[in-house]
Design a protein around this ligand. Structure first.
Ligand code: KPL
Length: 327
């Protein structure tokens, strides 16, 4: 089994370090500096809050659109595991990725939110695109070091719902490798409910924690916050149902449970806001709004929270009044 992990963020490093001892693996990261560091010493993987460090050596390449480097790649992968954030899946990146896929390479995408499968399918044949929805917890501690903060499970299925016998074979070959790497996973014939359920959890927790600057657990501490959560939840749920996506009856309880289980965590969107980075709002609540629009649904609370988050994130140049000093 030949696997290429694309992306040197927390999830990419975790998957690469876990999988490398169990298959032929190559890692592709963006910068030459990160690739050079990993080439020197491998990837350090720490478990839990104070688990022992284990270093894994593996071949690593920097992207940077460098054809000479591509020619030096040791193999064409059976599977590419795409771990970049949605914002990094640009049209140029997709073209470059498509050029590196062999005719039978399958692409397994680990992004949060919606929209990436459609964007990839503009260039890559849709039947080769698969989606993974994961609850693995990972934190990148250095360009060559990752901490596995919580063992989770990855739900895996095709982006389009049609499965062929070849797909069954491809999954049957990948699955034992994931098992040996200790990566729990499940096959889903229809991946859409898993995608939407995670999307809804994120659409409820992330923007409210980001705007209120509170931890996930603090969301449950007063009725006003719970009321807002419930409103966002019902709106997102109505969009999923309008698209014929069946959702678990326990989904609201699951959202509350995620807040309890990750009570001390600062959500990824809060961390983005605090670090002045662009958030994933466009691919979470923004994507829900687009799906609602396709079915002529209005989601006022979701629309408002989208506007509030875009007002606090850095987006130079898109203010209709131009330079704020002239307002
Ligand atoms: O996935 C998350 C995130 O922060 O993006 C949750 C589930 C909200 C946990 O913090």
């Amino acid at each position: 089994m030949r696997i290429e992990v694309v992306g040197g963020g927390s999830l990419g490093l975790l998957l690469a370090a876990r999988l490398a001892p169990h298959c032929r693996l190559q890692l592709r990261v963006r910068t030459k500096a990160q690739a050079a560091g990993i080439n020197r010493q491998g990837v350090a993987l720490n478990a839990g809050t104070d688990g022992p460090e284990k270093r894994t050596r593996l071949p690593v390449f920097a992207t940077a659109g460098n054809e000479e480097r591509d020619a030096a790649l040791p193999f064409e992968p059976d599977w590419m595991l795409l771990t970049l954030k949605q914002k990094d899946i640009t049209p140029r990146f997709v073209r470059e990725l498509a050029g590196r896929m062999a005719p039978d390479t399958r692409l397994l995408c680990f992004q949060n939110g919606l929209g990436h499968a459609e964007k990839l399918a503009e260039v890559i044949p849709a039947e080769r695109i698969w989606l993974a929805v994961t609850t693995e917890g990972a934190k990148r501690e250095a360009p060559d070091a990752v901490r596995h903060t919580g063992a989770g499970i990855s739900r895996i299925g095709k982006a389009s719902t049609a499965w062929t016998a070849d797909d069954d074979d491809a999954f049957a070959r990948l699955s034992p490798v994931l098992d040996r790497a200790g990566l729990r996973h499940e096959r889903r014939r229809d991946i859409r409910p898993a995608v939407w359920e995670k999307l809804i959890v994120n659409a409820v927790i992330n923007p409210l924690t980001a705007v209120m600057r509170i931890t996930n657990g603090e969301l449950l501490q007063n009725k006003a916050r719970l009321g807002l959560m419930k409103e966002l939840f019902e709106e997102a749920r109505s969009a999923a149902l309008a698209h014929g996506v069946p959702l678990a009856d326990t989904l609201w309880d699951d959202v509350v449970q995620v807040c309890k289980a990750t009570a001390a965590n600062r959500s990824s969107m809060l961390q983005d806001v605090e670090s002045g980075r662009e958030t994933e709002m466009a691919w979470i609540s923004g994507a829900i709004l687009e799906k609602a629009k396709e079915k002529s649904l209005k989601l006022p609370a979701t629309e408002l929270i989208c506007r509030i988050v875009s007002g606090i994130e850095p987006s130079p140049g898109d203010c209709e009044y131009g330079d704020a000093s002239s307002v």
